[in-house]
Design a protein around this ligand. Structure first.
Ligand code: 6GU
Length: 230
């Protein structure tokens, strides 16, 4: 899979992709993430990529030309399944969306900034608009990193234990059960006996019950329309 991220602030995005699972995925050749600095597509004296909004008002708007040049260049090199714009007024990200996107070949992610992008960019180039939640960030970069992380970790082979992405919270509309590690007793605080029993069936049942209990308590909304309790 290939992910091209277009941003006015490339430095914000360097860190996340140089670390942890995202780096492993890249090193294994399972994903290629390319970060594009919008300023390199500014075809003017001052390298400017933003301008005042027509009609007035506070805040700068990312202009259409550099974005057009960058997206058009990428599209001339390969086909893209989606051109995604990160914006707080987009569709709210969930596990379903990430699952779907982990199956495609090539995506472009455009990060919004300042007051947003010229509306014609959204009309002409964008196939999908995604938000990561009901709060406002100062730019789409962190949101793009969140989206890319949630997609990349689902690509087969990225995680060591291939089943572990399947047992994540949300993957079956249930929150994950509690986990414990050594020591079995710490300052008198004990790990539940069943987990030390070696009895696989009982452990599985215990985990499922804990998942259900935790979901009922914390996120009853997830159980609406869920088969788990029927
Ligand atoms: Cl995608 N962008 C910005 N700027 N703020 C957000 C967001 C995106 N998702 C939630 N808040």
């Amino acid at each position: 899979m290939r992910i091209d991220i277009i941003t006015a602030l490339p430095k914000i995005l360097q860190g996340p992709f140089d670390q942890s699972i995202l780096k492993i995925a890249n090193d294994k050749g399972l994903v290629e993430v390319h970060i594009h600095d919008l300023r390199e597509y500014a075809n003017n004296k001052h390298n400017s990529i933003d301008d005042y909004a027509y009609g007035g008002g506070a805040g700068m708007v990312l202009t259409i030309e550099p974005i057009d040049l960058c997206i058009s260049k990428l599209k001339s090199e390969r086909d893209y399944d989606e051109v995604i714009y990160m914006t707080p007024d987009g569709e709210k990200l969930n596990q379903n969306i990430s699952n779907g996107l982990s199956l495609v070949e090539n995506i472009i992610i455009l990060c919004g900034h300042y007051k947003g992008v010229d509306e014609r960019v959204r009309e002409q180039f964008i196939t999908r608009e995604i938000s990561i939640g009901d709060y406002v960030l100062s730019g789409g970069e962190l949101a793009a990193a969140v989206l890319a992380d949630s997609i990349i970790r689902l690509i087969p082979g990225v995680l060591n234990d291939e089943t572990s992405a399947l047992t994540d919270s949300f993957q079956d509309n249930l929150l994950a059960p509690p986990v414990y590690s050594r020591p079995a007793k710490y300052k008198g605080w004990k790990v539940p006996d069943v987990l030390l029993s070696g009895h696989e069936k009982n452990i599985e049942t215990w985990r499922f019950e804990k998942s259900l209990e935790r979901t009922r308590l914390r996120r009853p909304d997830l159980l609406d329309g869920n088969d788990a309790e029927k």
